[in-house]
Design a protein around this ligand. Structure first.
Ligand code: ADP
Ligand code: ZN
Ligand code: ZN
Length: 728
């Protein structure tokens, strides 16, 4: 018998897979099995990516033998194996590290791939006329609703700890326990779905008709137009047809609301994969999906890698959201990956948004996606009017204009809620000495320290450095230090002083760090009554607060003058999204935007002509500059503690590229990053831009090895970002 060589992808930065010998001749080795191998002085767990016959390799004597295998079969199906290979090829990322992203933590650490079970209880005799205690009676009533049995955990959740009652009933042979796979409960009494309007029906019909083909749809529907209803009805049809559905949602503090709607509406097995899910739960959900025991997977970015043997539809909600792009390691875009998955599985993919990305709008223009439009608010509520306030005009305090202040007052006295956005945490972004001009800056970054008054600290938002708040100028000892600008904490403070009888709730990363803090705040908001909510963009997405009638954006200028090429697109999306937060209930809403540039063309376009017009115009500008989505972009970043090495490394990379005789790809740079120093490292970047995607990828493929072999790779950290979201 010929010896097999196992080619294994290992979690290490090398862009190779490694050859090992099997430890057991009896095993039928398969691509996709997990194995543990010796690697230098360590042991690593990797995935078999290829099987080779020993006679193809001359040097088998040198090969090491694996330590153990974890699986009897492949842990990933062939579609996910090839998707992972695609990730590695497209994003030019080491294959072993791609598996680290694709597999849930417990699986990649070698835990068994078996579903966990738990204790369930079930009625075994028809209800007889015996006298029972109150708790036991309640138990029977509950179990009677679920003939297939209920998990003990769920019973405890419903009735409190009731072990004695359970055992008592077991003794009487009324109920019995058994072990069953731990899985989500199916809602047997889903609420009726509502009658869809014409536009919604068209959307559902279109997607359903093309259920056997790869067909991408962009569902462009204003906030509150009933996109989620469309998702739910499609999911219902798919579940009835025995298909699984993957639903991606942005990373926001609260996914509960979205998930709850699905659970109330559908009699389906729904699993959730977001950041709040523990590693154990994640593994269970992953295995349930893999074995076809979950009908619907709702999750954030990385849920796009969930194994789904009967996948029938992919839905991406808020498809424009930046959280779909991973910003470190394997820098994938979940929308992009989802499209590849849908294409390979020959199924429809529905991307929904009130403010679609330019990428998707461009794809509609190129006839690659079909456009579905929802133009009516499903509940009939009207979209509020946006008013611009010149922030250079009279102001009350902390940068809140008098006009806005008066409007807040009016809404509060009517018992309504007010939602104010400012995209900066903390009290003030600048702390400065009036006498000598000293400013509080971070010693590790080219950035200012942000003043946090409540915690009495200065904090760098880029590297996390924290210092005690200084009372004297460290340079000239003067005591009258001044702050400039305002953050959420200051706005909260100011408004609480103005309206002492109205609760002011702050929602930002500082106030929501504790587990459940976000949910608690949201519950407080829901309780109704006059309230002021001050928050960062965190609050812009997806929440449905019925009593909010006024939305204010305090610092809209940031987006107008940013160096990021996507900043106007993001600003337009943000403004439309926050506008959708006002007047969701029966009451009419109003929106105020403070800007120092009310005459700016951007505002005129957005307010007069709306998002689609503005997006079209920005897209036209991108076309002229050959920037994404029309052109293809890649940024190679490098950083090092030594001031010159990052630039030096990228110059070497650039020199390599210039060896190629090609004209399609423009190589720009290297240049220092806009914030050159961050967390003690100097950063630089090299940009590749081409009209077509292919030449850019070919150029990278051609030089990948050579870049990896450059001497300086050992002294700098470097990364490749394909289709980067920002260039900052
Ligand atoms: P979106 O996801 O586009 O923001 P939703 O699906 O959340 O919109 O719908 C907004 C509100 O309108 C919800 O309260 C929803 O229950 C309601 N709604 C949606 N479709 C209909 C419909 N066809 N008839 C009545 N109410 C609807
Ligand atoms: Zn000073
Ligand atoms: Zn810093």
């Amino acid at each position: 018998m010929k010896l097999t060589i196992l080619q294994i992808a290992l979690p290490c930065p090398l862009r190779l897979s490694f050859d090992y010998l099997p430890n057991n001749a009896e095993i039928t080795w398969q691509i996709g099995m997990r194995v543990k191998v010796p690697f230098g002085s360590r042991e690593l767990i990797g995935v078999i990516v290829n099987l080779k016959k020993a006679n193809e390799e001359p040097n088998t004597a040198k090969l090491k033998t694996i330590i153990e295998a974890f699986d009897q079969q492949a842990i990933l199906s062939s579609d996910l194996l090839s998707l992972t290979q695609w990730l590695s090829d497209y994003y030019h990322h080491p294959i072993g590290d791609c598996y680290q992203t694709v597999l849930p933590k417990k699986i990649r650490l070698g835990e068994t791939a078996e579903l966990e079970t738990e204790t369930y209880w079930q009625l075994i005799t028809p209800l007889l006329d015996i006298k029972l205690g109150k708790k036991q009676q309640a138990l029977i009533t509950l179990l009677n609703e679920y003939s297939e049995g209920l998990s003990q955990k769920f019973i405890y959740q419903q009735l409190g700890q009731c072990r004695t009652s359970l055992l008592g009933l077991e003794d009487k042979k009324i109920i019995s326990s058994f072990q069953h796979i731990r899985q989500p409960l199916i809602n047997h009494n889903p609420i009726e779905h509502c009658q869809l309007n014409e536009e919604q029906l068209t959307a559902v019909e279109n997607v359903w008709q093309s259920r056997n083909d790869f067909s991408p749809y962009l569902l462009q529907g204003i906030t509150g137009s009933g996109k989620t209803e469309v998702y739910m009805q499609l999911a219902e049809k798919m579940v009835a047809a025995g298909k699984q559905i993957l639903i991606l949602i942005p990373e926001i503090g609260l996914t509960t609301q979205f998930v709850e709607r699905f659970k109330q509406r559908l009699a389906a097995r729904i699993v959730v994969l977001n950041s709040a899910v523990s590693d154990g739960e994640r593994k269970q959900a992953w295995l349930l999906a893999k074995s076809g025991l979950a009908d619907i997977v709702i999750g954030t970015r990385s849920a796009v890698f969930t194994p789904l043997p009967n996948l029938g539809l992919i839905i991406i909600d808020e498809e424009h959201d930046a959280s779909y792009k991973q910003q470190d390691g394997l820098r994938y875009h979940a929308r992009n990956v989802a499209l590849i998955r849908a294409q390979r599985a020959k199924i429809p993919i529905l991307m929904g948004s009130a403010t679609p990305s330019l990428e998707s709008l461009y794809n509609v223009e190129q006839l690659r996606y079909q456009l579905l439009i929802l133009n009516q608010r499903a509940t009939g509520a009207s979209i509020p009017k946006i008013k611009l306030i010149d922030s250079r005009g009279p102001s009350a305090n902390s940068g809140i204009s008098t006009v806005l202040y008066e409007a807040i007052k009016t809404q509060l006295s009517a018992g309504n809620q007010v939602l104010l956005f400012i995209n900066r945490r903390g009290f003030a972004p600048v702390l400065m000495c009036h006498d000598c001009g000293w400013q509080a800056t971070c010693s590790h970054c080219d950035a200012r320290m942000i003043m946090h008054q409540r915690r009495n600290i200065l904090c760098c938002h880029h590297c996390g450095l924290i210092q005690r708040l200084v009372e004297k100028c460290p340079t000239c000892q003067a005591t009258d230090l001044k702050t400039y600008g305002a953050g959420t904490e200051q706005i909260e403070h100011t408004l609480q002083a103005y309206f002492p009888d109205t609760p002011v709730l702050r929602i930002d990363r500082d106030s929501t760090q504790k587990v459940n803090a976000f949910a608690d705040i949201v519950n407080k908001i829901r309780q109704g009554g006059a309230k002021i909510l001050v928050g960062t963009q965190m609050l812009a997405k997806g929440h449905d607060f019925h009593d909010v009638t006024l939305v204010g954006v305090l610092d809209a200028d940031q987006g107008l003058f940013s160096a990021d090429f996507r900043s106007t697109e993001s600003l337009a999306q943000l403004i439309i999204q926050v506008t959708g937060r006002a007047g969701r209930g029966g009451k009419k809403g109003e929106v105020f935007i403070q800007t120092s540039q009310p005459q700016h063309e951007f505002w005129q376009d957005l307010l007069k002509h709306g998002y689609p017009y503005t997006a079209k115009k920005i897209l036209a500008e991108r076309k002229i500059m050959a920037m994404p989505p029309t052109g293809s972009l890649c940024v190679i970043r490098a950083e090092s503690q030594d001031e010159s090495l990052a630039m030096k490394f990228l110059s070497d990379v650039s020199a390599l590229f210039h060896q190629a005789t090609q004209q399609e790809v423009i190589v720009m740079g290297p240049v220092p990053a806009i914030m050159e120093k961050r967390a003690g490292r100097y950063r630089a970047q090299l940009l590749l831009l081409s009209q077509q995607r292919k030449p850019l990828h070919q150029l990278l493929d051609h030089f990948m090895q050579a870049i990896g072999a450059l001497k300086l790779t050992r002294k700098v950290r470097w990364s490749i970002d394909i289709d980067p979201l920002d260039l900052l």
